[in-house]
Design a protein around this ligand. Structure first.
Ligand code: NCD
Length: 304
């Protein structure tokens, strides 16, 4: 693996290898020397709490040097383009660049203008591959093998890079996905990605996992639902709509009382905080896969 730009670039073996590495790394609480002398650059042109902090922590746990740049306060504020920002930062010879950007395809551009391994930490509504990997990891830890398991992804699929990556990742491991939400927020033709769709919230009834998406108001140019109150009434994940034992997930940040009731988010069947914890191990595994000298992929590439 040279870059991680999209789940579409991975096959099932890649996913298994990354999740196995994550499992091995999860229990380790001391700092590992694996990425000593490597520079990981973190470039966030959009807000982030979980993704940016867990990448930074993951890189530090593997002894990499980390340099973080956020759009606010950088020369991006002065109108510098992504190309010029990357050409500039590439002079520091980073080994990896983790990038989040509102524009689809921005990580590909970063890969073009630097020699670093590029990890897509979210590009517009397109892809967020490490989120999908950490979601698979979390589901596996809770449920075991995901082959034949049913996952309902509920809410604003239209604006969600998390949903697009997760649909592909679940298909790779043999799970069934149903998208549930208002017709205005389920993209037409998305079934071609290997999932089913439903507009009634009752469709979450037979899911093993209810994966709730945030209403992405910042990406909505017009009103997709009459009001957030009405959305909550018809599609909100409330205690009455969840069976005991059904696992509930959400990539965060959550809007309590909109897409998810606070009592569901805080219930024992909620895996939301586990997802955050998994994020560190899975991002360590991804950085290991891309950069470590003893990564199985690197060894194979060296022999070939
Ligand atoms: C998501 C994102 O930024 O795509 N959050 C995350 O990375 N945990 C989802 C969201 O913003 O709703």
């Amino acid at each position: 693996m040279r870059h991680l730009l999209s789940i579409a670039d991975l096959d099932r073996d890649d996913v298994e290898r990354i999740l196995e590495t994550a499992e091995a790394l999860q229990g380790v609480d001391e700092k590992l020397p694996t990425l000593q002398g490597k520079l990981v650059l973190s470039l966030f042109f959009e807000s982030s709490t979980r993704t940016s902090s867990s990448f930074e922590l993951a890189a530090k746990r593997l002894s990499a040097d980390v340099m973080s740049l956020k759009a606010a306060g950088s020369s991006v504020d002065k109108g510098e383009s992504l190309k010029d920002t990357v050409l500039t930062l590439a002079q520091y010879d980073p080994h990896a660049i983790v990038v989040r950007h509102p524009q689809i395809g921005a990580p590909q551009l970063v890969a073009r203008y630097s020699n670093a391994a590029v990890v897509n930490a979210g590009d517009g509504k397109h892809q967020h591959p490490t989120q999908a990997l950490l979601d698979l990891f979390t589901m596996r830890q809770a449920l075991g093998d995901l082959e034949g398991r049913r996952v309902a992804i509920v809410g604003d699929v239209l604006h969600s890079r998390v949903a697009r990556s997760l649909i592909q990742a679940l298909a790779l491991v043999g799970a069934h996905t149903t998208l549930v939400g208002p017709p205005t927020l389920i993209p037409r033709g998305i079934e071609a990605m290997g999932c089913e769709t439903a507009t009634e919230i009752g469709a979450i009834g037979d899911a093993d996992v209810i994966y709730v998406l945030r209403m992405q108001r910042e990406r909505m140019e017009s009103a997709f639902v009459p009001s957030l109150r009405e959305y909550a009434a018809r599609w909100g994940v409330t205690p009455a709509r969840v069976r005991p034992g059904q696992k509930v997930m959400h990539p965060g940040p959550i809007n309590r009382g909109v897409e998810i009731d606070g009592r569901v988010a805080d219930s024992p069947d909620s895996l939301i905080l586990e997802q955050v914890r998994s994020g560190v191990a899975v991002r360590m595994a991804v950085l290991h896969d891309l950069l470590a000298a003893d990564s199985p992929v690197r060894e194979r590439t060296a022999v070939a």
